[in-house]
Design a protein around this ligand. Sequence first.
Ligand code: ADP
Ligand code: MN
Length: 495
Amino acid sequence: QCPWGAPNTTSISCSLADVMSEQLAKELQLEEENAAFPEVVAVAEGPFITGENIDTSSDLMLAQMLQMEFDREYDAQLRREEKKINGDSKVSISFENYRKVHPYDSDSSEDEVDWQDTRHDPYRADKPTTTPRRGFIGKGKDITTKHDEVVCGRKNTARMENFAPEFQVGDGIGMDLKLSNQVFNALKQHAYSEERRSARLHEKKEHSTAEKAVDPKTRLLLYKMVNAGTLETITGCISTGKESVVFHAYGGKSATEDKVIPPECAIKVFKTTLNEFKNRDKYIKDDYRFKDRFSKLNPRKIIRMWAEKEMHNLTRMQNAGIPCPEVVILKKHVLVMSFIGQDQAPAPKLKDVTLSSEDMKKAYHQVLNMMQQLYKECNLVHADLSEYNMLWHDGKVWLIDVSQSVEPTHPHGLEFLFRDCRNVSQFFQKGGVAEALNERELFNAVSGLNITADNEVDFQEEIEALEKMNEDHVQNHGKKLSMFSSDGDPPIYDE
Ligand code: ADP
Ligand code: MN
């Protein structure tokens, strides 16, 4: 097979229309609900649409945008009326429950309060004291049973946490409030029916059950980019991974003259489901650049941070001249970058391309160089480097997928680097590059460290010892030490 032949792995697995139609079921359901609640404008289908093959996907999007606009105007009007009625009166009434757009629905990005996050909620009550199995605590006349009014009342108050987020329970949770069972049950009933009503009106379910990366909010983001002219058209999906979905798009025109949008773009949508990201915590949690922010964040923001991290890392690499996608724009969890490939066909991964031995050698030296540049100039370790995240395009290797990349002083940074070295070394050695360094030599060549252990186990141990030393240093001095001085020497300990 000719190494220069067209790569055979360029299938476009699904079109945008398919992505849109994933929502079909949801739309049908919405329609049904609209029938039950006619005050909601029917958006899915009008009486004039008859043909079977009419693509209404963007019509729906438009309708949703209009609906959102309408809801906002409606709320604004509501607020005006509220203000008029209340005037200067000390006692005020609230139309809060009649609002269509609840605070968490708003699209204002940074100050958004995400109610899914209760881990660090300052209003969260301490765990209610549990009653032991025997049903009472204390002795003699101080005995308290689980039916005790005070304990029970406190428990009821704490339980209000489980009500739907938009259900106004006030600050009571943080106080020593005691709710009687009767009051609690009445509230619970009301909360549940309120929750159902709200779900019907706002498709709220999507906040919790959206499995797909392309949920309505994401579609809206994409649509806005097309609408703003940043993107010309979104043609289809290139890749569906566990943590992201990547689309191809043709670039549009930039609003500002100085920034040119590449003719073809890749859109990486970080999945807004959280499960896959949990086990990646370690990459970001200990990255001191994000440390202060991490603890304060809710899951949705953490996912945006992955996108942000990829953007920052790509920018560093771009500045160092490493071949990699160029950042076009970042919106929440959606990162648009230049497309590596041509005419909608993404460049093949190194694992999928057959290179001549000459190219293989060339690729190896280039990768070695890039790893050194990444480490020394960008102060980064890729942390997921392998033939899966290197593309072959234009006769050279391009690095992608750097959302998990960390600085070398990251508590596990050197281990990540060693793993990268293992992958790279094995790939090129198997690929027949005779001069390819083994993983330990490669590690030293990239890091400028001089670990002399001649076997994997000892080597790994020394790496971990170095990391530990660095961590202790951070503990004692409150800052990171430089893993290399400007001329590339091994670590300096400034005692
Ligand atoms: P994941 O975390 O899902 O592995 P990646 O960033 O590796 O995300 O992207 C997944 C796939 O999408 C890549 O293997 C590559 O085939 C394709 N891809 C990603 N970014 C680009 C790009 N800028 N140009 C072309 N293809 C890309
Ligand atoms: Mn990848």
